[in-house]
Design a protein around this ligand. Structure first.
Ligand SMILES: [Zn+2]
Ligand SMILES: [Zn+2]
Length: 213
């Protein structure tokens, strides 16, 4: 099954419309995609209400396409560990990510708390914050694996940032944590650009444990 569970539309900071993204996904032979615009608290985020509107738009388009289109959000994790999302009503999938961590330590502490929020399905692009990848703090990585497992949160394999690290994903696999595949596309040409993620999933997870909402 060909999937891409992390795509931005022009409702947040993506360049292309919902319709054009679905067209592109269909042409590329994808079976399942998720539209996951940035949420409240992000500079170009959408509101929960805008996600409901996207969901209605998709419901009208869906009958004309083979590719199954889910609608969700990439919710912001705040430095307090709160997930900036009032409701996940009408959302098929909720990714959570922390874009603005001032330090690695703040990142880990906030993410550990955020994953206890039952609205969260997936931790997106782990170890990418403030526009760069950071090195792991091993004791926190081990705690993170436990919290992912205990709260039934999946880990995203993000093709754009080629993250998380191999070592971290092996730990996730060994703990029985599920994974998702994401391009983090911001334009149609990148929809379904998930070769790195697919190869990583094949090598580490042996393609077992794909999270489907
Ligand atoms: Zn992000
Ligand atoms: Zn994203």
């Amino acid at each position: 099954m060909k999937v891409d569970m992390h795509i931005h539309t022009n409702k947040s900071d993506g360049r292309d419309s919902v319709h054009n993204i679905i067209e592109a996904a269909e042409k590329k032979g994808l079976d399942l995609i998720a539209l996951t615009d940035h949420g409240p608290g992000h500079g170009s985020g959408v509101t929960e209400k805008m996600v409901s509107q996207t969901k209605k738009e998709v419901e009208l388009l869906q009958p004309s396409y083979h590719v199954k289109v889910l609608v969700g959000i990439e919710a912001e994790i705040l430095s307090t560990g709160e997930v900036y999302l009032a409701t996940r009503e009408d959302m098929d999938i909720v990714l959570a990510s922390y874009h603005g961590a001032p330090s690695e330590e703040v990142y880990y502490k906030a993410v550990l708390k955020a994953l206890e929020d039952e609205k969260v399905d997936v931790l997106a692009h782990h170890a990418w914050s403030m526009g760069m990848r950071f090195g792991p703090i091993l004791e926190y990585e081990d705690m993170l694996v436990e919290v992912l497992r205990d709260n039934d949160v999946a880990i995203e394999i993000n093709s754009k940032h080629t993250l998380p690290s191999w070592d971290f994903l092996v730990k996730c696999r060994d703990a029985g944590i599920k994974y998702t595949i994401g391009s983090d596309a911001h334009k149609v040409v990148d929809v379904g650009s998930v070769s790195w993620a697919n190869n990583t999933a094949r090598h580490i997870f042996k393609n077992k444990g794909l999270f489907i909402p």
